[in-house]
Write a protein that binds this ligand. Structure first.
Ligand code: GLA
Length: 390
């Protein structure tokens, strides 16, 4: 997508947030915060095993119009749900009726737990990151909220700390045991780059996305079911594997060590571990391939990742498989895989740019024939992480 069109989309979102803010709070916002969604190129279900991931921030955003308050109230207006919620910074509870607001509440809670002093604020938010499609709309809300508090309160908080506190909000306040990937890339993404993240040391390196290829997201429109319970189950299975193999996390198991000791694991644990251990290696190989300009190799690794997620980690579903298989049949496709936690949501495809228009048409048709669902398919651009908009 050209940056002009991107700017138009963003400007439209900003305008929507602005109008809604005025209507909801009868005053003017002082700040607009923009946080992108994300797509993961490779390295799935490795982050909570202290492993490696390679996500990019994308040109779908949450926009939050905000203004500070003189008291300790936080008043929220979710434009897309036409819903409101408010809380006092002195006493942050869950809102059972307005569940969406628990992300903002959790972030305020986590920042205060870490010792930061927050200012009250009014905020109106809107988004074009599809909800429930695995592109991290909720992490985008978290990071936008943290950034708003940060700017309004003049908090000294770097991108890594911000990501960690947003993860804490999700883990300990919302109750989802996610890893660090989503909040990290949304905090620190870089335009036209993916980010290699070592999820143990939190060292990270921007890897340019080479010209000549397009990153295409295919949304199956199958909303993710089962994801929370199955996600937590996978985490437990990995923890069990690490315990039996006597390591701190599966990150510490090399493919050679796994080959020697895999018989100590029951079948399920063995499959889960095999995915994580091979996937970590694939991320490192993929970065090497990308940096060497070897897109074909990169694509092969994406394909292998999908097969491993489907067969060993068992987090794909018929719709994701149908979308990936349709992609694999097309000319000019370098690689295709499910992305995100799984059980529905999106695939990510690396396609030669000249083949992208035919890819979009053919995959949409073949996927619809196979599943009866109408997908949404779009070329995405790797974008900046959270920032303010003038
Ligand atoms: C979700 C989680 C991430 C990561 C992915 C799977 O997006 O929020 O932390 O574990 O699933 O790779």
């Amino acid at each position: 997508m050209s940056s002009e069109i991107l700017d138009q989309r963003l400007l439209a979102l900003r305008e929507r947030a602005h109008q809604a803010f005025r209507q909801a709070f009868q005053r003017e916002p002082t700040l607009f915060v923009v946080a992108p969604g994300r797509v993961n190129l490779i390295g799935e279900h490795t982050d909570y095993n202290d492993g490696f991931v390679l996500p990019a921030a994308i040109d779908r955003h949450v926009v939050m119009a905000v203004a500070p308050r003189e008291d300790d109230l936080v008043r929220l207006y979710a434009v897309d749900f036409d819903a409101r919620s408010r809380f006092s910074l002195q006493d942050i509870q869950h809102d059972e009726a307005e569940q969406w607001s628990n992300y903002e509440r959790g972030v305020a809670w986590a920042l205060q737990e870490a010792g930061y002093t927050l200012r009250g604020m009014d905020a109106a938010l809107t988004s074009d990151v599809p909800i429930g499609s695995g592109l991290s709309s909720s992490a985008a809300v978290e990071v936008a909220t943290a950034y708003a508090f940060q700017v309004l309160g003049g908090l000294s908080l770097d991108g890594v700390k911000r990501a960690l506190l947003c993860q804490k909000a999700e883990n300990d306040f919302v109750g989802m045991r996610c890893g660090i990937m989503d909040q990290f890339i949304i905090s620190l993404g870089k335009r036209d780059h993916a980010l290699l993240i070592d999820c143990r040391s939190l060292e990270h390196r921007a890897v340019p996305i080479p010209p000549g290829c397009s990153l295409i997201i295919c949304d199956t429109k199958k909303r993710r079911g089962l994801v929370d319970s199955e996600y937590n189950k996978r985490r437990q299975e990995c923890e069990l594997g690490a315990k039996i193999l006597g390591v701190r996390a599966l990150r510490d198991v090399t493919p050679e060590m796994f080959a020697k000791r895999q018989n100590e694991l029951n079948e399920i644990t063995r499959k889960r571990c095999r995915h994580v251990i091979t996937e970590n290696q694939r991320v490192l190989d993929a970065v090497r391939a990308l940096e060497a300009g070897d897109l074909e190799r990169f694509g092969e690794l994406m394909n292998a990742s999908h097969i491993s997620l489907r067969d060993d980690y068992e987090v794909s579903c018929p719709e994701l498989d149908a979308m990936v298989e349709a992609a694999w049949r097309q000319e000019g496709v370098l690689g295709a895989r499910m992305t995100g936690a799984g059980f529905g949501g999106c695939t990510i495809n690396l396609v030669l740019s000249e083949a992208a228009p035919a890819f979009e048409r053919n995959v949409a048709r073949e996927y619809k024939e196979a599943t009866g669902l109408t997908p949404e398919i779009y070329v995405c651009r790797a974008e900046e992480g959270v920032h303010t908009l003038g």
